[in-house]
Ligand binder design. Structure first.
Ligand code: IPD
Ligand code: CA
Ligand code: CA
Length: 265
């Protein structure tokens, strides 16, 4: 049996309450690597979400950031990031969210991103459109890169990454109005879907960072691929390029141009 969007929204709201109820003094911050943090709030929110899914849909497969892969029927696949933007959260910067995606038979079917600091619920169901707090949302109509606000992120261990994204960042900074780095890949996707940002790319992400956001953008009229233009954006290694259709095509060209230049050097 498939879940409903209402079920997922409720989970996201409850997880949001958990995140908001941790006062910073109670936060237990641990290092997964030098710059990748996890807190007890991440774990508590994930426990709530997985507990509810396992109770309602015991045979579904789950891929969650903190607890990893839970085996189940492959046609029902969940992607969960209980707290996307942990570094922001740990520093008291209010840019973070809960991201829950559900794929049916290999295709994203439901996606919810909830920002508890602004009480913004971004949601989408395949072929039924995307909403922000129950109002329809659409990608931007911007067609010029020079007037576009783009967003990106960088690998956690940037010093060892084969493709650290700095050359793309530099080139887009020259060609676009500006490039932001918000620190939450899920909210980056949600903001593209809401038309606040015109395009988002990132070279090294995980399914749970981008699955829900990708469906939001598609259902809001945008285009989502990996950074090479492949429509199968959850194929590993996962990279992401999501934007309105015109800006997507332009960004794809710039990414290819930067790669070509890189290979010449
Ligand atoms: C990170 C954020 C960040 C992105 C990283 C992600 P986390 O997720 O989404 O914006 O650049 O790639 O790992 O660790 O805060 O859940
Ligand atoms: Ca994440
Ligand atoms: Ca996370």
């Amino acid at each position: 049996m498939k879940p409903t969007l209402a079920f997922i929204k409720e989970l996201a709201l409850q997880a949001g309450d958990i995140l908001q109820n941790y006062v910073r003094e109670d936060l237990d911050v641990r290092h997964k690597s030098r710059t990748d943090l996890v807190t007890n709030a991440d774990h508590a929110a994930e426990k709530l979400i997985i507990g509810a899914i396992k109770k309602a849909f015991p045979n579904h497969a789950i891929n969650a950031e903190e607890s990893g892969e839970w085996e189940g029927a492959a046609e029902h696949q969940w992607y969960i990031d209980p707290l996307d933007g942990t570094l922001n959260y740990a520093h008291g910067v209010p840019i973070y969210c809960i991201s829950i995606g559900y794929a049916y038979q290999g295709k994203m079917h439901l996606g919810v991103i909830y920002d508890p600091t602004r009480d913004e619920m971004f949601a989408a169901e395949r072929c039924k459109g995307a909403t922000l707090n129950d109002q329809p949302m659409h990608v931007s109509e911007q067609t010029d890169l020079i007037n576009s606000m783009l967003v990106t992120g960088f690998p956690n261990e940037i010093w060892g990454a084969p493709d650290d994204n700095t050359d793309n960042f530099f080139r887009f900074s020259q060609l676009a109005q500006t490039v932001r780095r918000l620190g939450s890949a899920a909210l980056d996707g949600a903001y593209v879907a809401a038309g606040r940002l015109d395009g988002f790319w990132e070279n090294e992400v995980n399914e749970w960072d981008v699955a829900a956001g990708a469906l939001l953008v598609e259902e809001a009229g945008g285009v989502v691929t990996n950074i090479y233009g492949d429509k199968d954006y959850l194929k590993k290694p996962v990279t992401i390029l999501s934007a309105n259709p015109v800006i997507h095509a332009k960004m794809l060209d710039v990414l290819a141009e930067v790669r070509k230049k890189r290979n010449y050097n």
